[in-house]
Design a binder for this molecule. Structure first.
Ligand SMILES: Nc1ncnc2c1ncn2[C@@H]1O[C@H](COP(=O)(O)OP(=O)(O)OP(=O)(O)O)[C@@H](O)[C@H]1O
Length: 414
């Protein structure tokens, strides 16, 4: 049961925006939401709907019972005003108060709150985006959490994120096989499919029909060949297509899968990240205590350039890069079984050298690898001729992860 408060009032928009301006403004709004905390939790994890129409922002929020929606609306208004948002409409859901306890909820909520209503002076010119509004109260800013400040998960020893700068390089195929290879080496393994643009773990692990159960408001991961698996895909239905998701909403869903899941005791939780280096990746890097990242790339120049961006992002967020995997780097001739690097050699090696990160392995481009994941029985599970490549990568990961172990007196968890 939840109580619902509608603060919404529609007003017409005026200013046309170029797509670039819109993207920049959306990104700025996302950053404010990601950095604004209710209690100790980012409000981004509470956003269930978000729409911006010119200078109007509509937020659907599921807030904790003790929160103060009016204060939140007012503070967000101040923070978002410099980014061109003049009015915030909030649809707030609060848990119903317990019987007999009386409601601590505000009796009457404003229908609409102008972002700057609470200021002693109104904004000089809302059309002037360069206006820093010195008359306004200084924005409430909080430093984003860093890896060093994140508490380790009580039941997960290592969290590995698998990332790629670019889509379609075979990140998910590599993730699923690495997870199975880590398991084959004797580890307890979980997989969190966080690829909002194309969640594919359930299909690749052959459990697309199985939905995670809820137990005491906690997700119970699906058991996929002994791997505890949860996918963002399970939270998507109907119109909730992932491509329509903006940063805060997607991040909220992912944080829910991480936090509100009854993960069993695991040696490794392998996270299949969305491709790219946008806000979602950055936020996850700031909110989940990650031991290290694996970057998947292909020999193509563009993919390598994007992989570099990925490495730089992890460097900035102080997440060790465990290494680079070069996928589709080798070709095995189906007639004579001869394997060679037909796309050129050394792409992954060069990157590894340039950024001082290990090359974990090179994988062949082979129709067998694709055929196996397509039928839900990846190479490692099928123990086919490609399984040894993934096992070798998993062994390298295990070796490298120990190198990144931090001394106990360091507060970092890795
Ligand atoms: N080494 C390989 N040899 C042959 N096919 C491969 C190989 N690796 C991946 N593929 C195939 O390439 C396609 C894309 O792979 P995959 O979905 O793993 O990429 P991705 O990087 O996760 O993509 P996205 O980021 O768009 O989700 C799939 O059809 C997959 O079967």
């Amino acid at each position: 049961m939840v109580a619902m408060f509608n603060f919404m009032k529609k007003t017409p928009t005026n200013k046309p925006e170029t797509p670039e301006q819109r993207a920049a403004r959306d990104s700025a709004v996302d950053k404010v939401l990601l950095g604004y905390e209710v209690g100790t939790v980012s409000i981004a994890t509470m956003v269930t709907g978000l729409n911006r129409d010119g200078d109007q922002l509509t937020l659907d929020l599921r807030l904790p019972q003790e929160s103060k929606p009016e204060a939140i609306q007012q503070e967000l208004g101040q923070l978002l005003h410099p980014h061109g948002i003049t009015t915030i409409h909030m649809n707030v859901r609060l848990p119903a108060p317990e019987k007999g306890s009386g409601s601590s909820l505000p009796k009457k909520m404003p229908k609409t709150t102008n972002a700057m209503d609470s200021q002693s002076k109104p904004a000089a010119n809302p059309d002037d985006n360069s206006n820093n509004d010195n008359s306004a109260e200084p924005p409430i800013t909080k430093a984003a959490p860093t890896q060093a400040s994140l508490a380790a998960h009580p039941r997960i020893r290592h969290i590995i994120v698998v990332a790629s700068g670019k889509g379609g390089v075979g990140k998910s195929t590599t993730t699923v096989n690495i997870a199975l290879a880590l398991q084959k080496l004797g580890n307890r393994v979980g997989v969190l499919d966080a690829d909002i643009y194309g969640p594919s773990m359930p299909t690749m692990l052959g459990v697309a029909d199985m939905k995670p159960q809820l137990e005491n408001e906690q997700f119970v991961p699906v058991d996929a060949h002994g791997i505890a698996m949860l996918s963002i895909g399970s939270l998507l239905d109907g119109d909730n297509t992932p491509v329509a998701w903006r940063g805060p909403k997607a991040t909220g869903a992912l944080m829910q899968l991480y936090n509100q899941t009854n993960w069993p005791q695991l040696d490794y939780l392998v996270i299949d990240m969305p491709p790219g280096t946008g806000d979602i990746q950055l936020t996850l890097a700031q909110r989940i205590p990650v031991t290290g990242a694996v970057i998947v790339t292909t020999p193509q120049h563009v993919a390598l350039l994007d992989a570099q961006k990925g490495i730089e992002m992890f460097n900035k967020t102080h997440i060790p890069v465990l290494g680079v995997v070069e996928n589709m780097a080798l070709h095995t001739c189906s007639n004579c079984n001869h394997t060679e690097a037909i796309f050129g050699t050394g792409g992954g090696e060069k990157i590894a050298e340039q950024y001082h990160v290990p090359l974990l392995g090179q994988l062949p481009l082979a129709s067998g690898i694709r055929a196996q994941v397509d039928k839900g029985e990846p190479s490692v599970l099928a123990d086919d001729e490609f399984a040894p490549y993934y096992l070798s990568i998993a062994k390298n990961i295990e070796t490298n992860i120990n190198k990144f172990a931090k001394p106990v007196d360091d507060k970092r968890i890795f």
